[in-house]
Design a protein around this ligand. Structure first.
Ligand code: ZN
Length: 193
C-alpha cells in the first residue's frame, strides 16, 4: 500500500509529468540546510548539477552553501512559502575561509547571517568573500542563464546586483546572506511534449 506522500508523488508524476529529485552530495556545494529540504524539479536539479561542476572546477576549496529548495513532493519547507515545486533555491554567499562541509545547520545559518553584518549598515564582515560571491553570480547569469532562464534572482549586496541586470534587491532586505533564485519551468514543460 502506498503511503500518502508516495501516492502524491505518483499522482504528480502521472498527471503532470513531475517528479522531484533530491540534490545529491556534490563537489561544488555543501548542505547548509537539512537534506530533506533539497528536493528539486528536474530542471532545477540539472541547473544545480551544472553549477556545482563548473564552480568546483574554478574554486574547489570554496563550495557554496545549498540552502532550501523544496520538501519532497515540491511542498514548501517550514516558513518558506515561496519555495514550492522545487523551482526555487537559496544559495549562500561564499566565505573567504571556505566551507567544505557542515552538518550543523543552525550554526551555518548564523555564520552566514553574520557575514553580512548589521542590517542597517554596509559594514560587512571580513570573511565575506565578495569577489568569489560576485564570480558565482556572474557564472550563474552569464554562463548558465541562456540554458536556465530565471524568473527571479534576489541578493541585497549592491555589488552583486551590479553583476547583471537580472539580480535585484529584495523588498524586505532579507537576502543579505544568500541568493534566492527561481528558475522558469515553462521551458522544461515544453520540452517534455
Ligand atoms: Zn529563497
Amino acid at each position: 500500500m502506498l503511503h500518502q506522500r508516495d501516492r502524491l508523488d505518483w499522482v504528480l508524476r502521472k498527471e503532470f509529468g513531475v517528479s522531484y529529485v533530491q540534490a545529491p552530495p556534490a563537489r561544488g556545494y555543501f548542505f547548509a540546510r537539512p537534506h530533506e529540504h533539497h528536493w528539486a524539479s528536474p530542471n532545477m536539479a540539472a541547473f544545480l548539477d551544472r553549477l556545482s561542476e563548473e564552480w568546483a572546477a574554478r574554486h574547489p576549496a570554496h563550495p557554496f552553501g545549498l540552502g532550501d529548495i523544496s520538501l519532497r513532493n515540491g511542498l514548501a519547507p517550514p516558513v518558506h512559502h515561496t519555495h514550492i515545486l522545487g523551482s526555487c533555491v537559496d544559495i549562500y554567499v561564499i566565505h573567504s575561509a571556505g566551507h567544505a562541509s557542515s552538518l550543523d545547520d543552525d550554526r551555518v545559518d548564523e555564520r552566514h547571517r553574520a557575514a553580512f553584518g548589521a542590517k542597517e549598515s554596509d559594514i560587512y564582515e571580513p570573511d565575506y568573500d565578495r569577489e568569489r560571491t560576485k564570480e558565482l553570480a556572474r557564472l550563474i547569469c552569464l554562463h548558465l542563464l541562456p540554458d536556465f532562464p530565471m524568473v527571479q534572482f534576489l541578493c541585497d549586496d549592491p555589488e552583486v546586483q551590479a553583476v547583471h541586470e537580472k539580480i535585484r534587491p529584495s523588498k524586505r532586505n532579507d537576502h543579505r546572506d544568500h541568493f534566492h533564485i527561481q528558475l522558469g519551468e515553462a521551458k522544461e514543460a515544453r520540452r517534455k511534449k
